[in-house]
Design a protein around this ligand. Sequence first.
Ligand code: ARG
Ligand code: ZN
Length: 467
Amino acid sequence: AVAAPTPAPTPAAVQGGDPGGGRDGLFGAITSGTIGAPGIGDPAFPGDGNGGYDVRHYRLRLSYDPATKRLAGSATIRARAVQDLTSFNLDLRGLTVSRVAVDGATAGFGRQDDELTIRPAYRISKGDRFEVTVDYSGLPEPIRDYVNLGTYGFVATADGSFVTSEPNGAKTWFPSNDHPADKATYDFEITVPAGLTAIANGELDGEPKTVDGKTTFVWREKHPMASYLATMTTGKFEIRTGKSEKGLPVYAAVAPAFHGSLDNLYTETAKITDYWSTVFGPYPFSSTGGVIDDYSSGYALENQTKPIYGGFSPESGIIAHELAHQWFGDSVSITRWKDLWLNEGFATYAEWLWAEHRGEATAEALFKRYYANAADPMWTYPPGDARATDLFNNSVYVRGAMTLHALRKAIGDAVFFPLLKKWTTEHRYGNVTTEQFVALAEQMSGKKLTALFDAWLFQPRRPAVVA
Ligand code: ARG
Ligand code: ZN
């Protein structure tokens, strides 16, 4: 670490237009003087994210070599100060930082736990735009067995990397404001040994270029994205690209062991994305896709534009779930983790809608089947208050979906489906809370719905009334 330089008058802020990445619905982080808070203010995850600034854009220039498992490069972060700052934090776990610069001037920095504290040479004033560059390298490690979250973050595989970062694993591979309340746009320039593929979010910018046995892939995600949805999945992949019937670009990639699943992944992804756009409103991003890697994580993740399936060939219900997240979670994002049912309840309900659409089962029948089991542990876990120590509890998924079905029955299809579209339109690329959803449902239905939501989301018992 370098000693903090004396704060001096503010230099001119970095100018330039950044699209997107603005914060809305963000609860206030605690500020003290000119020191940015080490957490964004989510009570359940106090260390996650940071206060004092709003990231607009990440530019990640990284090279990865599976032979040595070494990641090296630099992250350039464009941000806007929301208070005066003589110091601020980024989240970063492990890895070695060699240099930090703020607006081109070398800055002081220190490391403690998963926090990188940066002391710019010049004080940053509230409202200023500034640019931070962090040069770093090392052997990234995922977070393992943290409470019931399994292994997540950057996982080194035999031929590359498997990167699924929900809820707070982005810090295992790049310095970030690692919380969904601060979304930003991303550019990725990822260099891997020739013969391997690097897959990130958004779309490829030009053909990959190979120089001296190394290939660089440039990907751009021009829509705001939560840090946990960013990926750099690398390795040997077979790829199929094209367009859906509605004309949306599709990118499907599978590890060679899943050769036989590529066409199904491609076809189902294209078809389901098109279908959801008729139910949930226009697809929010510029391409859709999917990745099957041969690392068995035991779960899938809705990485923006490219859900990833960890070591299994997904059946269409799971693809429908991950693609529904592109609307619910990725475009319309939570502001605090306790509202996770806004992601998982909606994506699970989407599975039921998909089953209904395919004539396999009605949402009503699925609802009744779950309701019938009075001993299900989800009845003691209120899904409207997802717990940090048991974030992905089945209740957040299934009881969350049941909440939507109870709502649908209470307000009728003629209000329920327009409500879903209004929700995705009004909050596209933004951040939301449960209270906002309840308010919109009440407004559109003209009904008082607090008792329904209270029983389904907040009580530790099975609601007495089947709506
Ligand atoms: N959002 C993912 C899904 O429902 C689950 C992510 C689980 N993450 C974890 N660290 N276990 O598809
Ligand atoms: Zn999900």
